[in-house]
Every structure is written in C-alpha cells, then in structure tokens.
Design a protein around this ligand. Structure first.
Ligand code: ARG
Length: 872
C-alpha cells in the first residue's frame, strides 16, 4: 500500500508533466507546496517513504520486533493521512482549476463621439492625434464598463483600431476574462446600444458624449489578425477616381493559405462607397472552415454589420457591386484551406450620399427600383414611394425582378429587409408579381436593415380603368390579364391558379381533381401528379406490397431491383440505390470488369460503385468553371460559362444554323437533320461548317475566349430517317482539338442504361428563334423544361414517336426549343451536380404550343454508337 501510494503520487506529478500542460502542472505543484510535501516522494527512491517514517536504527533487530504492532499503526496513520491529503489536494485542484475558470472573450464594437470633430490625422494610427484620442477612448470605455456590474470586474483591456467621420466614430475591440456562467449576460450587456456622457475626469480625460456604443463577440478566426499587420491595407478613394485592389499575388499566384487579410476602404466625409468585385475566385464554400471574404459596413468586423459573405467562384456577369451606408467599408479575407485559387480583384469609388430615396410618382405610369439597382442596395436605408395616378383610374405595381434575400432568416419571415405595400410585407426571391390597389394611390415602402443586402427590385406602376381592369381579357386575382380562352382550360396561367378555380369540367375530355381543378383526361394515371394533390394518380396505384412499373404494370415488391427486367420497360430496375452486383441485363450498369450493378445512374456520381472504380473514370466533364451563376436579370439570357459545352454551328454564308455539344477535345454531338443536303447547299460537306466554342453572343464571335474550329468530318447516324427523324444524331470531328477553358468544357455522356425519369427538370439551350416564326437570338438562351412520360408523348404526337425520341417541355406550352436550336444539348443536372446530356434538339410541331412539347433524340439509346465511332 505504502508503495503504491508513493507510486501514485509520483505518477500523478510526472504524468501531468508529460502532458505538457503547464497550467495543470503548476497548479498541482502549488497544492503540493501548500501541503509541505514538496515532491519529495518522487525525488527519493520508491522506499523513501518507509525510510522516512521509520526513524529506527536498522540494526536493532529486537526493537524492531517489539515495535512491530506500533509500526503497523504508524503505517495505517500514514496511509490515512495520505488519503486525507489527496482528498484535500483534489478539492483544492477543483477549487483553483474549475471554480476559477475564466473564458477569454473579445468583442468588436464602435461608438460615436458626438462632441468631437474628425481630423485627417485620425486616419493614421501612428499619428499623435490618433494615439491621444485612442487612449482617451480606452479610458472612457474602461470607465463605462466599470459602471456595469457584469462587465467592470472582467474587463481586461480595449484597443482602438480606427476612426472615421460622423462626428467621430471609433472602432475598437475589448477583451474580457469572464466566468463561463456569465457569458450570455456579458454578450447581452455588450450588445445593448448605449448612450453615455462621461464627465471630465482626472488625467486629461475630457468630457465625452458617446452614442451608439455597441459591440459583438468577434469571429474567433479574426482574432489572429489583430496581432499581425502583414496583410492589412488602408485605401482612401480620391475624388471621382476608381481605386483597384486585389488579393496578394492576383491573378498570377494563389492568395496565401491560412491568412488573415483586411482592406480598410474610406471615402471623404458625406460620401458613400461603391465596391465591385470584378473577378472573384476563392476556394469553394464548404462548411464552416472554407475560405471567406466578408464585407462589413463598418471598420470593425462585426457580424451584425456584415453586408455579404462570399466564397466560391462567381461568373463575370454576376453582379457583385455593394454600396455602403457611410464612407467606410472593411473587406476581410480569412483562409482556412491550402486550396490554390487566384482570389479577387475589386474596385471602389466614392459618390455623394443620397439625400433621400423614394418620392412622389405621379405620371400615368413609370418605373422605379431599389437604390443603386442592380447593385446591392446599401444597408440601413428606408425609402417610400407615394404613387398617385389620375383620379378616375386605379393603380397597380408590377415587380419585374425581386431579390431581397437574407441568408440568416427563415424564408418568408421578412424580419430584416422587406418591401411593404398595401400593408403586406414581401421579401426573399420572387418571380414577377403584381400588387394592385383599388384606388388611384398606392404607397411602396422599402426597408433595409444593417446587415446583408441584395440586388433589390425593379418595378413598374401602371394605371388602369377600375371598371374594366383587363379590357377583353380575364383578370387573375393577382391582377395579371390573360386571354379569356385560357380560363378553365386545365392549365394554370395565373400565378395563383385563379384562372382554374371554380370551373366546371368538360366531362368528355377533362377530369375533375379533388382540389376542383380540371385536367385533360389522358393525364390520369400517367405517373405525374398533375392535379397537385395527387388525385389524378389515385386508384391507379398497385395493391399494397406491390410496385408500379412506368408502363402501369403491377409487380410484387420483391421483383423490384432484383436485377431482372420484370416490368418489361426496365422501370423496376431503374432507380435502385442499393448497389449489388447482379446478372447483367439491358437495364443494369456494366462496369469495365464485366460485373453489373443495379444502382440507377451510377456513373460519375462521386461514389465508387464498381469494384474496379470504372464508374468514376472519365469523369472530367459536366462541370462549369463558375460555382455561382448570375441570377436571371430579364429574359432567359444564359450567362458566360454557364453552358461551356454549347457550340454554335455556322454554315458558309448563312450564319448560325444549328447547335451542337462538346463531348471531348475532338468531338461534337449534333442532330443528323442539320447535315441533309439540299439542292442549293451541300450541308453534308464538313468544309461548309464552322464551329464556335465558348460563344455567348453571336455578335461577338471574335471576343476573347471564343474558339473557332473547322470540321474534319461529319458522321450522321446510319439509321437516321429524314422522314420520321428517327436516330436524329450526328458526330462531328474537329480539325484541331478544342482547348478547355472557363468557357469551353465538355458535357458528360450518360451510360446506355441511364434513366431521365418523367417529370425531371432539364435545361435546353440555343440561339434558335425566340418565338415561333420569329428570329434567332443573339445571346444564348436557356429554358427549363420537364421530361414527359413516353405514353403521354405518344398520345400527344400519335404515330410519330419512336423509342429514340423523348418529349420534353411543358404541356401548357410556353417554354420550348425552336428553329435554330436543333443539334443543341439537353443538359440534365445529375447527382453530385454533374451535368449529363440527356438529348439532342430534334423536332417539334411549331414552338412552345400547348400539348406540343419538343422532341429530342435520347442519348442513352445511341450511346454505344457514339462510343464505337469516337471512343468517347
Ligand atoms: N428542327 C428544329 C431545328 O432545326 C428544332 C425544332 C425544335 N422544335 C420544338 N418545338 N422543340 O432547329
């Protein structure tokens, strides 16, 4: 026991030492010192204790024998006192270590000194003026904290980092050492906006009137920066000139890893700043530890004054212009990764502060927008528009574009930025909507709080005759006017479906949904929920415990995903998520090693499913260079680099005729019907064609980034039928290989078993006609359409659909490809965000008509042929 007690003590001390935790070691030693034991057990050998308490001459054997029982008592006493001491030591450790625990916390804040005037020298933190005012502010803060019981005792120090105009705003951080249980209370006390008047005190502290004193806990990742000035920059806008700044090394070398950088941007008093990121490419946003650029509407990095947080790569057309509410901005860059990205290039300039926004609008019609639209509106602003149209008319406001998104609030809660009109608040991202008033007046109020701004809104107001708001037309509840014959036709034309409410269905060709909508009869039981409440698909389902095939057949559940095509159309094997090697069929994915999987669409989905990994090979495709695309600003213009596989084919002397897609450096996919000879032109001759890659605007074919290629040969599918358009596909070999860039990249080709299920949203792109019988587009257009089930497709276009064809569009019409889009790709975003080519634009009856969706060549059906011909 004695031994083990001593050993325990020894290990106790030594063990803590080994951990290298000096705090704990010193505490333990202090306890020992107080107990007077002074590490003795460890300095001696293991017998030290027995020797120490024996005090007897070892050679007196008799005495030793006689005193045997006493020695026992002593030993027990020693052990006892030892236990007691250990207990006390433990208690002391607990007392000092846990009861006295403090957490270090830093708050960032600003305050306004209303009875001081700004001096230019305050911009320079080494000037004597700065130093003197800073030390007074520090004194003032100390004094102020000392009067708040929950702050005073724990305040360690404060540091002033900058000043700006208005009268004088001081930016500072304050450090506290607080007991954990007070943390929340301290946070709350610091976040209270204070107004304090400090009377003149001893030691040159003048009387200070401080307003808006407020501070928030600092992002711990910023803390490091406060000690390091190597990546800190201060810039002041001069006159009307534009000042440029970039991340270190931009664009030739990546910005530093694990860095903390900041740019203090200033303008003159009474100006505001407009800051634009011209190029932005930092590591992709993933989770908490990604690289991050933050813009603050303050010179303190206070989260509640963050205007935006940016990561990832933005396409050049994304609007990244931000406005400040005062004459300062702080831009910070925190990097937590070793990823190599060039960073950003930004510019800023000053402009006079807006004296007011909003106003009286009294024409019969007009437009208005949020301040600085389409730049991000400034934080902390309120605008009111009073709209007044002639007395005998009513007024309505149409919001054409509307982006008031705050990442930190639940969608629809409108607690931060909003537009208020007719007593209703609108916020978030909305597609076009109308608000009408039943008088000649309407008031629109816009509010932006002090954090997170967006691009705002663009609106127009119109006056209308209150007795006849939609002359000759039907008026939706939302105020939109639509053609009268669209009422009760089964298609929702009003955004709120009001044209399809309270209808009587035509029994011969319509079905009445439970929610009272009328829908075409042939949509019943087509596996698509057309009613919205599922009632058109009720009663079509298979009995419990069975599975419904896409062709309507019912099968026992056990036959689903068993590797056999029991439905006859493969649908029971199409979307199995459990990956099993199964016997190979037409519906199973075949790995390179010959084994087959029953997982739906396993290729390039980021998961290795084949044991040989072949499903994830050759996956350098289907990704864009930009992680952030511009939001649609009017129409459906595509963005630069958004569809980097889209190709424009020009025929000699005729300009753009067809689209195509890039599938490898050497090969394009297009439609066979584009290369059918006519008497006046030999379209099958490859020398007649030029392919433009990386093109967005047909009028800018010589823009940088655009690649012009001649063709080496054209291979049309041998089974192409120019009457039925069956097998409408062609392969074009480029004379010289394409060079991949941010705007030129290949699309992924799906496996021959890949399924694009009915209802899936897919993008179609091209420079074709924007209207039936219209003209081609200059800027590449994009439209989102949906896969239509094959049975419906065959019913809509009877006797015309082959298994190589797929209907994609909206039965309600409206969005479709058209003349000139032929040959272009259908881009389908699949698992892992990769884009696969689902089809090739082939034909249609007219364009965008109701019940006449576009028809596309199914790529999986011709996948093997493509591989045979190109090796891709
Ligand atoms: N054949 C047309 C072309 O040559 C494409 C028509 C697509 N039509 C449609 N409604 N989706 O460009």
């Amino acid at each position: 026991m004695g031994h083990s007690g001593a050993l325990l003590q020894c290990q106790h001390l030594g063990g803590r030492g080994i951990q290298g935790n000096s705090f704990k070691v010193s505490l333990v030693f202090r306890v020992q010192d107080q107990l007077g034991l002074r590490r003795r057990p460890c300095l001696k050998n293991m017998n030290g204790f027995e020797e120490g308490v024996e005090f007897l001459p070892v050679n007196n054997a008799k005495q030793v024998e006689k005193r045997g029982p006493r020695r026992w008592v002593v030993m027990v006493a020693v052990v006892f006192s030892f236990l007691l001491l250990s207990l006390m030591a433990g208690l002391l450790v607990w007392h000092f270590h846990y009861r006295n625990v403090r957490i270090q916390k830093v708050f960032n804040g600003h305050l306004r000194i209303t009875n001081e005037n700004f001096l230019d020298a305050y911009e320079n933190s080494t000037s004597t003026e700065f130093i003197s005012l800073a030390s007074q502010v520090k004194e003032a803060l100390k004094l102020m904290y000392s009067e708040v019981p929950v702050l005073g005792p724990y305040h360690k120090k404060s540091t002033v980092t900058a000043f700006s105009e208005g009268s004088v705003i001081a930016y500072y951080w304050s450090e506290f050492s607080i007991p954990p249980h007070l943390e929340e209370e301290v946070d709350r006390a610091m976040a209270v906006e204070r107004v304090v008047t400090l009377p003149p005190r001893a030691r040159a502290l003048k009387s200070f009137v401080l307003t808006s004193v407020v501070a928030f806990p600092i992002d711990p990742r910023m803390l490091q920066r406060t000690q390091d000035n190597s990546c800190s920059f201060a810039l002041h806008a001069r006159g009307r000139t534009v000042t440029r700044f970039t991340t270190p090394g931009f664009p030739n070398s990546p910005y530093p890893a694990h860095a903390r950088c900041q740019w203090v941007l200033r303008g003159d008093a009474d100006s505001v700043l407009s800051l634009t990121f011209r190029s932005f490419d930092v590591a992709p946003c993933d989770g908490h530890d990604s690289d991050l650029v933050t813009v603050y509407d303050s010179l303190s990095p206070m989260e509640p004054h963050a205007v935006v947080r940016l990561c990832g790569t933005f396409s050049p057309s994304y609007n990244l212009t931000f406005l400040s509410s005062q004459n300062v901005f702080l831009v910070t860059l925190i990097t937590n990764t070793d990823r190599r990205h060039p960073g950003f290039e930004a510019t800023f300039f000053q402009l006079p502060k807006m004296s007011s926004c909003g106003g009286l609008l009294s024409e019969a019609q007009g437009t208005f927008s949020s301040p600085y639209y389409p730049g991000h509106y400034p934080p902390n602003i309120n605008c009111t528009w009073n709209i007044k149209v002639p007395n005998n008319r009513n007024v309505k406001v149409r919001f054409k574009l509307f982006y008031l998104v705050d990442p930190n609030i639940p969608v629809g809660s409108c607690t931060k930025d909003y537009v208020e009109i007719n007593g209703e608040k609108f916020c978030g991202e909305r597609s076009q909507f109308v608000v009408s008033s039943n008088s000649s007046k309407i008031t629109v109020h816009f509010h932006s709080d002090h954090s997170y701004t967006d691009t705002g809104f663009l609106a127009e107001y119109l006056s209308y005759d209150s007795n006849d708001p939609c002359p000759g037309m039907f008026m939706c509840k939302t105020g939109r006017c639509i053609r009268k014959d669209l009422r009760c036709d089964g298609w929702a034309d009003c955004p709120d479906y009001s044209d399809e409410r309270h209808c009587r269905c035509n029994a011969t060709h319509q079905f009445m949904c439970k929610n009272q909508f009328c829908k075409p009869l042939f949509w019943v039981c087509d596996s698509v929920n057309d009613c919205g409440d599922g009632s058109d698909e009720e009663g079509c389902s298979c009995p419990a415990g069975s599975f419904k095939c896409s062709n309507g057949k019912c099968l026992p559940q056990s036959q689903q995903c068993n590797g056999k095509d029991d439905c006859g159309d493969g649908s029971d094997e199409a979307s199995c998520d459990n990956v099993n090697a199964v016997s190979c069929t037409k519906y199973t994915y075949r790995c390179q090693n010959g084994l087959c999987l029953n997982k739906g669409n396993p290729e390039c989905d980021g998961k290795k499913d084949c044991s040989d990994g072949s499903d994830e090979k050759n996956c350098d495709c289907g990704l864009r260079s930009f992680t952030k695309q511009a939001r649609v600003v009017g129409g459906t213009n595509a963005d630069e680099g958004e569809w980097p596989w889209q190709v424009s084919l020009h025929a000699l002397g005729q300009g753009h005729l067809c689209g195509a897609s890039l599938i490898s450096p050497d090969w394009l996919v297009s439609a066979a019907h584009c290369f059918q000879d006519e008497t006046i032109f030999k379209y099958s001759d490859h020398t007649m064609w030029t392919a433009f890659l990386g093109l967005l605007d047909q009028s800018k074919r010589s823009a940088s980034g655009v690649q012009e290629h001649k063709l080496k040969r054209i291979i049309t599918h041998p089974s192409f039928n120019d009457f039925t358009f069956d097998y409408d596909i062609a392969l074009l070999e480029l004379e010289k290989p394409a060079e991949y860039s941010t705007v030129v990249r290949p699309i992924c080709l799906p496996d021959n078993t890949h399924v694009f299920p009915a209802g899936k949203a897919i993008w179609v792109t091209g420079w074709g006609h924007t209207k039936e019988g219209g003209t081609g587009a200059l800027i590449l257009q994009k439209g989102e359409i949906r896969v239509i089930n094959q049975t419906t497709c065959e019913e809509l276009l009877p006797q015309q659909i082959t298994p190589r064809m797929m209907c994609v569009g909206f039965l309600s019409g409206g969005v479709d490809s058209c003349q000139g889009d032929s040959g272009g790709p259908l881009s389908s975003v699949e698992k892992d965000g990769r884009i696969f080519q689902a089809g090739v634009v082939s034909w249609g009856e007219g364009c965008a008509q109701r019940n006449k969706p576009g028809v596309y060549t199914r790529i999986p059906e011709v996948r093997d042929w493509i591989k045979e011909q190109t090796g891709v």
